[in-house]
Design a protein around this ligand. Structure first.
Ligand code: BTN
Length: 318
């Protein structure tokens, strides 16, 4: 895969020589790469190439993006080729008592998880899938609003990487012109009133092709198409980790109020009519903002109501 990541043609013979395998073994490898969803072209007389190349994750390149203040906050970083879900793995590590600043990234997830029990389409080598563990000793009240604050810093990280014009949908979807380009999944392990650890999972679509995305049941986009220059996966991963660790290191002190205004500036649905989908029912109303804990303020039949909790989803009307 590394040889083909340059985007150039390599003949079967050359690949065989470089890898020390027969041409039929090369062909088997080529089949395996295609099965991962990577767009592999073959041309008579030229060989094989990955159209557009692939930038595989690289720990050194990612860590280059970390600021001096943040570097000591990263306790461990794992990069995996394939994993069921980076959040699932991070949860397991959190349950074993691993410390704050434990980060995992993967080229592909075979069982990527989204909010509300949905799956997160996670093909090989084209997007960003990362999870991070952080501990809070004052229980879940210390992480009130954190999932919205994470959305704010992910948005900041994308802006630093040249992606403008993004907006937010409560609680933490990242959108470009109503197309979802990224999502955030927070999970908490430990004691809700004492020491607990939060797993923050971030997924960003960078260069996903149509084929693997067929099962996504909503409009989606790629941030790779929103920037004038090519977005590097390692650069973006590094900037995201930098932003997240910085946020987490000061969240206990400043809390969600430090991020509320910026969240509101990017709110897609302010003063618009929406439908809230809950576990067993739904409610329609007009969005009137969010409160200091990140809960949604909705005007329902003239009365103001507050909605919080992770299992609610919001839909707009055309
Ligand atoms: C959403 O539904 O909007 C949340 C999507 C979160 C996806 C990310 S990808 C990395 C991490 N691992 C997972 O299994 N899910 C999160």
């Amino acid at each position: 895969m590394i040889i083909l990541s340059d985007g150039k043609y390599h003949s079967g013979e050359d690949l065989g020589k470089e890898l020390g395998i027969s041409r039929s073994a090369v062909w088997k490898q080529v089949k395996k790469i295609s099965a991962l969803g990577v767009l592999l072209e073959s041309k008579k007389g030229c060989g094989y190439r990955i159209s557009g190349g692939l930038e595989l994750l690289d720990s050194g390149l990612i860590q280059q993006q970390l600021s001096v203040a943040v570097k000591p906050l990263l306790s461990n970083m794992q990069i995996l080729s394939t994993v069921s879900s980076t959040n699932m793995l991070a949860r397991q590590h959190a349950e074993q008592g691993n410390a704050s600043g434990w980060v995992v990234l993967a080229e592909e997830q075979t069982n990527g998880r989204g909010r509300r029990g949905k799956s997160w389409v996670s093909p090989y080598g084209c997007n960003l899938y990362l999870s991070l563990v952080w501990g809070f000793d004052g229980g879940v009240k210390e992480i009130e609003g954190l999932s919205l604050a994470v959305a704010v810093v992910v948005l900041r990280g994308l802006r630093l990487s040249g992606v403008e014009g993004l907006s937010l949908k409560w609680p933490n979807d990242l959108l470009y012109q109503n197309k979802k380009i990224g999502g955030i999944l927070l999970e908490v392990v430990g004691d809700p009133s004492g020491y607990c650890q939060v797993v923050i999972g971030v997924g960003i679509n960078i260069n996903m092709s149509e084929q693997p995305s067929r099962s996504i049941g909503q409009a989606w986009g790629n941030v790779g198409e929103l920037s004038d220059s090519k977005i590097g996966r390692n650069q973006l991963a590094g900037v995201m980790i930098d932003q997240l660790l910085l946020l987490l290191s000061k969240y206990k002190k400043i809390g969600f109020v430090g991020y509320k205004e910026e969240w509101l500036q990017h709110d897609t649905f302010m003063d618009k009519r929406v439908k809230l989908l809950m576990m067993n029912n739904s409610v329609e109303g007009i969005v009137r903002g969010i409160d200091d804990s990140g809960a949604l303020i909705l005007e329902v039949d003239g009365a103001v109501k507050i909605f919080s909790g992770g299992e609610i989803s919001l839909r707009g009307f055309e």
